[in-house]
Design a protein around this ligand. Structure first.
Ligand SMILES: NC(=O)c1ccc[n+]([C@@H]2O[C@H](COP(=O)([O-])OP(=O)(O)OC[C@H]3O[C@@H](n4cnc5c(N)ncnc54)[C@H](OP(=O)(O)O)[C@@H]3O)[C@@H](O)[C@H]2O)c1
Length: 321
C-alpha cells in the first residue's frame, strides 16, 4: 500500500542521498533507500537515520517490475543516480538518459505525487561533453514523460562527504604544484549539501511540480579562487600554474586510465564552461529557497583533517578551546 509520507530514493548512498535521508527521517518521513549493494553501502546508509524510519532495498537489475514494486510503496521518488566518468562506452547515456526516462515513465504509471530528478548546472553550452549531453537529454525525457516532475540543476555540491573539496584537499596536500586548466578562470556557484537537501525537502513539503530549478549557493568563484580558498583552509602554500591545453589533454589522457580517474578528457571539456546560472530557469533564490552557507566557513569545519597535525592541528585545537 502507498504510504503518503514515503520517499523512494535511488542513489541513496551518495553525498546528496545520505544528507537527504538525515533531513527526511528527522522530519518523520519514511525513506526507502535503494542501493546496488547493501553489503557495501548498507552500513553507511543505516547510520544516517533514526531507527524505524528507513527501509533499505537492494536493486541490481533496474527492470521495470522491480522499480514498480518499490514505487507502489511511495508517494515521491527522487533520482540521484549519476556517474562522473564512463567505465564502458555509452554508460553516460544509460545512466543519465535511459534510466531517468524509465523512472519518470514508471512514476506516471504508478501515480506518484512527484518525481524529483537531479541533473546538473551549466551543461547547455557544453555540446562537446558526453556527460553534459547525456544529462541534458535525460532532463528533456523526464519533462516529456511526467508533468509532476521537478528537475534540479545544482552547481558543485560540497561537504565533508564530497568528491570535490576533499579530493582537492588530499591532492594539494601531496602535490607541490597545482595545474590550472583554462587559466583557472571557469566560474562555479558551489552549494553546500545541507542547503540543497533543505531545498529538496521544501519542494516535497510544498508539493511543487512541473519546475526546472537551478540550485546555487550564495557566492560565485573562479576555479583558481576555489583552490586558493582550499589552500588557505588547509594552511598550505602551493604553486598554481596555468597549464596549456595540449598539456592538459595529455594529463587527462593519462589520468583517465586510473580506476577512479582524477580527470578525464570529457571532464576537461566540461571544465571550459562556466558553472553558473543560465537565466533560462528559475533559481532556488527566485523560489524563496535560500542557500546561505558560505564556502570558506563550511570547508573550515572539516579541512583540519588535511592540515598538518590532523585532528590535533593548531587550527582545530584553537577552535575547540
Ligand atoms: N555532487 C555534485 O557536485 C553534483 C553536482 C551536480 C549534479 N549532481 C548530480 O546529483 C546526483 C547525486 O549526486 P551525488 O554527489 O550524491 O552522487 P554520488 O555521491 O556520486 O552518488 C550517486 C549514486 O549513484 C549510484 N550509482 C553510481 N553508479 C551507478 C550505476 N552505474 N548504476 C546504478 N547506480 C549507480 C550509487 O549508488 P549505489 O552504489 O549505492 O548503488 C551512488 O551512491 C547525480 O545525478 C549527480 O550527477 C551532483
Amino acid at each position: 500500500m502507498k504510504n503518503q509520507d514515503s520517499i523512494l530514493i535511488f542513489g541513496a548512498s551518495g553525498q546528496i542521498g545520505k544528507s537527504l535521508i538525515r533531513k527526511f527521517t528527522k522530519n518523520n518521513y519514511r525513506v526507502i533507500a535503494v542501493t546496488r549493494s547493501i553489503h557495501q553501502k548498507g552500513y553507511q546508509i543505516k547510520t544516517q537515520s533514526n531507527y524505524g524510519y528507513l527501509e533499505l532495498e537492494e536493486i541490481n537489475s533496474f527492470d521495470e517490475h522491480n522499480i514498480s514494486e518499490l514505487m507502489k510503496k511511495a508517494s515521491v521518488c527522487i533520482n540521484l543516480i549519476g556517474i562522473l566518468f564512463e567505465r564502458k562506452k555509452k554508460q553516460f547515456g544509460l545512466i543519465h538518459t535511459h534510466l531517468p526516462s524509465m523512472l519518470s515513465q514508471l512514476a506516471l504509471k504508478n501515480s506518484l505525487d512527484q518525481f524529483i530528478h537531479l541533473s546538473a548546472l551549466g551543461i547547455e553550452a557544453a555540446t562537446d561533453s558526453n556527460y553534459a549531453m547525456s544529462k541534458l537529454e535525460g532532463e528533456q525525457r523526464v519533462r516529456q514523460n511526467f508533468s509532476k516532475s521537478v528537475i534540479l540543476k545544482p552547481s558543485i555540491v560540497y561537504s565533508v562527504d564530497d568528491n570535490f573539496t576533499t579530493s582537492f584537499m588530499s591532492l594539494l596536500n601531496i602535490l607541490p604544484i597545482m595545474p590550472l586548466y583554462y587559466k583557472g578562470k571557469t566560474k562555479f556557484t558551489p552549494i553546500h549539501v545541507t542547503d540543497l537537501s533543505n531545498i529538496i525537502f521544501e519542494i516535497v513539503k510544498k508539493k511543487i511540480t512541473g519546475e526546472t530549478i537551478e540550485c546555487i549557493g550564495p557566492q560565485v568563484f573562479t576555479f583558481k579562487e576555489l583552490i586558493i580558498k582550499i589552500l588557505k583552509s588547509i594552511n598550505k602554500k602551493r604553486l598554481l600554474i596555468q597549464m596549456p591545453l595540449p598539456l592538459a589533454k595529455l594529463n587527462a589522457k593519462l589520468f583517465q586510465l586510473m580506476p577512479k580517474p582524477l580527470l578525464t578528457m570529457d571532464q576537461l571539456k566540461l571544465l571550459k564552461y562556466d558553472n553558473i546560472i543560465s537565466k533560462k530557469y528559475k533559481t532556488n533564490f527566485d523560489m524563496n529557497m535560500e542557500a546561505n552557507k558560505k564556502f570558506e566557513d563550511e570547508i573550515n569545519r572539516y579541512s583540519f583533517n588535511w592540515s598538518s597535525g590532523g585532528q590535533f592541528s593548531k587550527k582545530r585545537i584553537s577552535k575547540i578551546n
